[in-house]
Structures are given as structure tokens and as C-alpha cells.
Design a protein around this ligand. Structure first.
Ligand code: NI
Ligand code: MN
Length: 224
């Protein structure tokens, strides 16, 4: 499978047949590697309701007919906009013909631009057998070590930018807790407050843990 970084916290998971988009903030994203009009996923997965994560969800899902996975209150708002939204809560799993999406905790806040208060989540995605953990926006917390307790995580998509989330130093501890084979950093460099040194993060993680860090520029892909 292919993991393509589209900028900020947005990733596309794909193989020959299936496309899944996570946190499609493209319009207004200074680092977006694609436009919303180019996206036609079969599912959109959301970590939380902040604008830099929900992004173009409504436009993309209306055009492509994608199902949207989001935590209950956010799914309720999107369902009210006419989307086919699956309203899991923390611990719940949405099932697709290509795999599953489980909502797991993240420590953050979230209110949508329309005012819907919603609890942020991380996403544990089984995409045709590859296990991907998008941590969402979060600080460091010890329970993230539980996410991969039953099954080895292949790829962690991890915020490192600081200011709104954990910084690259706390993210080294997060990488140790998560224990993924591969860590791909995100949520940095999009705006001045979240600029950071991703190469230093890579060096620190690879000296402190057995995880490999793959730094993707927006538009680049990782083959898993
Ligand atoms: Ni956020
Ligand atoms: Mn964010």
C-alpha cells in the first residue's frame, strides 16, 4: 500500500483499488500538495473538528460519495450537511470492505467552525492488513502505549510541531510508547508557530527507539 502525505495532518492511504483520506485540509493550507477537487476517496476519516483537520471534507464527500468516520458529535454535524457519516465514539470501530477504523483517545480540545464541541481522537486504521495509527492532535500521554498492545503498529502518523500539539521532544517519548515500525511526522511547518526540526526528531527517535522515521515532504509517498 501507499501512504501519501498531502500536507499538515492530511494523508491518503491507497492501493490499486481503494483510496482513503485522513484529515483533508487542502483549501487554505499553505503546504497542501493537492487540491480538494483532485480527491475522490471512498472514505474520509477525521481525527477531530478543528478547521485544519475537517478542511474540505464536506465538498470532497459530497462529490465522491465518501463515507465519513468521525466522533459522534462531529458526525452529527456532518450528517446534518448531508454526508453519510459513521458516528463512532472512543473505543468504537467502523468496518469497511477494505478494513477497519477504531477511534482511540487523544488529548486536545476541539470545537468546529460552526460551534459543535467534539472530543478529539486518534485513528487506528487497518488498511488491508497494514496497521496505521494517526495520533491526531495530541500532547504526550501514557495511554498511547495501549493502542498497539494487541497488535504491532506498522506506521504511526505523528504530530511533532508543538504549540497546538506535542513538540518533537515529547514526540520522541510518544514514538517509544507507540512502538511502530515506521514513524512519519506531521503537523509541523505549516504555519510559523509549528515550525520544527524534523531531521533532529528523526535522529532522536532512531537513537532512542527501534522505530525508523520517514520524513515526507508534502506530495511524497511511503510504500508499506
Ligand atoms: Ni486541533
Ligand atoms: Mn491541528
Amino acid at each position: 500500500m501507499n501512504v501519501r502525505f498531502l500536507g499538515h495532518a492530511c494523508f491518503e492511504l491507497s492501493d490499486g483499488d481503494t483510496r482513503v483520506l485522513i484529515d483533508p485540509f487542502l483549501t487554505g493550507n499553505p503546504k497542501a500538495a493537492a487540491s480538494a477537487e483532485e480527491q475522490s476517496p471512498s472514505a474520509v476519516l477525521l481525527t477531530h473538528g478543528h478547521h485544519d483537520h475537517v478542511g474540505d471534507t464536506v465538498a470532497i464527500a459530497k462529490r465522491s460519495g465518501a463515507k465519513v468516520v468521525a466522533i459522534t458529535e462531529l458526525a452529527g454535524e456532518l450528517g446534518g450537511e448531508g454526508l453519510d457519516a459513521i458516528d463512532c465514539n472512543l473505543g468504537g470501530t467502523a468496518t469497511f470492505d477494505w478494513g477497519t477504523v477504531k477511534l482511540v483517545p487523544a488529548w486536545h480540545t476541539s470545537t468546529t467552525p460552526k460551534g459543535t464541541v467534539n472530543t478529539p481522537a486518534g485513528l487506528l486504521v487497518d488498511f488491508k492488513g497494514t496497521l496505521i495509527y494517526h495520533l491526531g492532535d495530541t500532547c504526550l500521554f501514557s495511554d498511547m502505549q495501549l493502542v498497539g498492545r494487541r497488535r504491532q503498529i506498522d506506521i504511526a502518523l505523528m504530530c511533532i510541531g508543538g504549540h497546538y500539539t506535542m513538540d518533537r521532544f515529547d514526540a520522541v517519548d510518544a514514538a517509544a510508547f507507540v512502538g511502530a515500525r515506521t514513524v512519519i511526522p506531521c503537523h509541523y511547518g505549516t504555519f510559523p508557530p509549528i515550525e520544527t526540526d524534523a531531521a533532529a526528531f528523526k535522529a532522536d527517535v532512531e537513537s532512542a527507539t527501534s522505530s525508523k522515521v520517514v520524513i515526507l515532504e508534502p506530495g511524497q509517498s511511503h510504500q508499506a
